[in-house]
Write a protein that binds this ligand. Structure first.
Ligand code: AMP
Ligand code: MN
Ligand code: MN
Ligand code: MN
Length: 284
């Protein structure tokens, strides 16, 4: 694959909190000129089979992926697993446990929202999901529909983040465990949108050290949610800590027009793209 190959290694479908079905997402990626797309739904592989079916009729190469919700030092982080075997039982079992945590948390969120004067949020959020994953995004759509805030994004700020009435802390996968599932499935673990966690420089360095010790190999340097400066900072960290650099839009659907599928900044100089790793499967 040459330097002109367009990669987008982070995207969501209706199997988690995206708004396009796996079929629609692949179609959209083809239209956008993406050559290599990773489907990385939150805590589930349920969208992969459909996406793979459609991708097999297209020139697009589909990478099996997942974005795992992880707890590290009491914080929630997201770790991508790229090129995983979607039939790996250890991974599927691990993700199944996270599904239980999500359902418990959804009940707690609804209970807290009811106390805050918003009844019916569990059924309301449920109506917005199409897969097994119930996400805060689905609550945000319901609360927006109820007129609680001007946009789903605004709902997050007012209700769903730490310190707000509908916030519930989840106990997600311990980082070492999540990396164990990914490596058992033959995948490459990558820290998703590392600039989004508001970590101090020293905490971020600590995270990277722990992540590498647990088998992590990549940092998402280019992300739809990174500014240019953040991208350059993450590029420097990837070079310093010898992590492969990944690039993904974190596309969730056309409702967020500021995030475009497949239209990403190039990786800054000196980063080694994760698709050049020896363990990255290469199409003949
Ligand atoms: P969950 O994994 O259910 O806690 O939901 C996390 C998802 O909510 C993320 O993957 C984003 O898609 C979305 N999200 C998180 N924070 C925000 C925010 N401040 N504004 C809009 N969407 C957000
Ligand atoms: Mn999401
Ligand atoms: Mn994420
Ligand atoms: Mn994501």
């Amino acid at each position: 694959m040459g330097g002109m190959t367009r990669h987008d290694l982070h995207s969501h479908s209706t199997a988690s909190d995206g708004t396009l079905s796996p079929t629609e997402l692949v179609g959209c990626a083809v239209k956008a000129g993406v050559d290599v797309l990773a489907l990385t739904d939150h805590d589930t592989l349920d969208g992969y089979a459909e996406a793979a079916r459609v991708a097999s009729t297209q020139v697009l190469h589909l990478v099996a992926g997942v974005e795992i919700s992880v707890t590290w030092k009491n914080m929630t982080l997201h770790v991508l697993g790229l090129n995983i075997d979607p039939e790996c039982q250890a991974l599927l079992d691990g993700l199944q446990g996270l599904l239980g945590m999500r359902d418990w948390r959804a009940g707690e969120i609804a209970r807290k929202l009811e106390k805050a004067g918003i009844p019916g949020a569990l059924a309301g959020a449920d109506a917005y999901r199409s897969g097994r994953i119930l996400s805060r995004t689905h609550f945000a759509h319901f609360l927006h529909e109820q007129g609680c805030a001007a946009s789903p994004r605004d709902v997050f700020k007012r209700y769903l983040v730490k310190g707000k009435p509908g916030y519930v802390r989840g106990e997600w996968a311990p980082m070492e465990e999540a990396l164990g599932w990914i490596t058992a499935a033959g995948g490459l673990p990558v820290i998703a949108h590392p600039a989004r966690y508001s970590l101090t420089r020293s905490k971020l360095a600590r995270l990277i050290v722990d992540f590498r010790e647990a088998g992590g190999v990549g940092l998402e340097v280019v992300s739809g949610s990174h500014s240019r400066d953040e991208t350059l900072h993450m590029a420097a960290l990837s070079r310093e800590h010898k992590l492969f650099a990944s690039a993904g839009s974190d596309y969730h659907g056309p409702e967020k027009p500021w995030v475009n599928l497949g239209h990403l900044r190039p990786l800054p100089n000196g980063c080694i793209p994760i698709w050049e790793a020896d363990s990255w499967p290469h199409a003949a």
